[in-house]
Design a protein around this ligand. Structure first.
Ligand code: NAP
Length: 247
């Protein structure tokens, strides 16, 4: 299998897209360290499902916006598996609201988890990847980071920020055999989109050329590709997995 012997760290692996990424990487032979914010039972279930696919897996509680916690998680990953080959920065939250109503705390919370969390995790693995002379980093952005979305200024800013971070890190790390790419999902069936009111859902569907929401596995396969050796010469790119929304 193409990822046999690799170790992956996936943030936000307890649910949704992150869970599907963990299962996809495990099915391709990678050992998986996944983190979660609060859903311990779901995270343990993801770890068990990875092990059913023949991988070793470890679920750790880690708030990605906490630098010390992130450092400790990466240390535990290295002591468990000896290396970190793949980092998937997937943990993310929304706190939607129109600009004039948006509370500063909601702006900060979204930026702290989605953008600063991505930076902290990336920073915490770079040394290990440089020593290995190998690394694959995949950051989960969003179609909203590419196009903006009314009611999501904080989220769009965080996800556009992830793209700038991805491209800068890609330039810095390319010569070390570390690739850094982003995946920009469109609207995918998860808890995050289940929260959308029915009328917003209809309006959304009208914007998707494919005429349907995406499935978590469709995002996970794109992540697995960018994490594989087949993508060795691809860095600094944003791969939209969005049924044609952002073309
Ligand atoms: P989800 O179902 O709401 O799951 C979010 C995951 O992130 C959970 O595992 C959650 O852990 C974890 N998490 C949240 N805050 C965290 C923190 N501070 N530290 C560590 N983990 C944290 O979300 P999703 O829909 O799968 O989305 C996953 C990623 O894709 C996000 O970055 C999101 O912005 C992006 N995305 C999603 C869509 C979509 O349509 N769903 C579209 C574009 C982009 P707990 O379970 O412990 O809370």
């Amino acid at each position: 299998m193409e990822l046999t012997g690799r170790t992956a760290v996936v943030t936000g692996g307890s649910r949704g897209i992150g869970r599907a990424v963990c299962l996809e990487l495990a099915a391709r032979g990678a050992n998986v360290v996944l983190c979660y914010a609060g859903s311990e039972a779901a995270a343990q279930e993801t770890a068990a499902a990875c092990e059913q696919r023949g991988a070793k897996a470890l679920a750790l509680r880690c708030d990605v916006s906490d630098a010390q916690a992130v450092k400790a998680m990466m240390k535990q990953a290295v002591s468990a598996f000896g290396r970190i080959d793949i980092l998937v920065n997937n943990a993310g939250i929304t706190r939607d609201g129109f600009l004039l109503m948006m509370k500063e705390a909601d702006f900060d919370a979204v930026l702290d988890t989605n953008l600063k969390g991505t930076y902290l995790c990336l920073r915490a693995v770079v040394h290990t990847m440089m020593k290995q002379g190998y690394g694959r980093i995949v950051n989960i952005s969003s179609v909203t980071g590419l196009r903006g979305n009314a009611g999501q200024a904080n989220y769009a800013a965080s996800k556009a920020g992830v793209i700038g971070l991805t491209k800068s890190a890609a330039r810095e790390l390319a010569s070390k055999n570390i690739t850094v790419n982003a995946v920009a999902p469109g609207f995918i069936e998860t808890d995050m989109t289940a929260a959308l009111p029915q009328e917003n859902r209809q309006a959304l569907l009208a914007q998707i050329p494919a005429g349907r929401l995406g499935q978590v596995q469709e995002v996970a396969r794109a992540v697995a590709f960018l994490a594989s050796d087949d993508a060795a010469y691809i860095t600094g790119q944003v791969l939209a997995v969005d049924g044609g929304m952002a073309m």
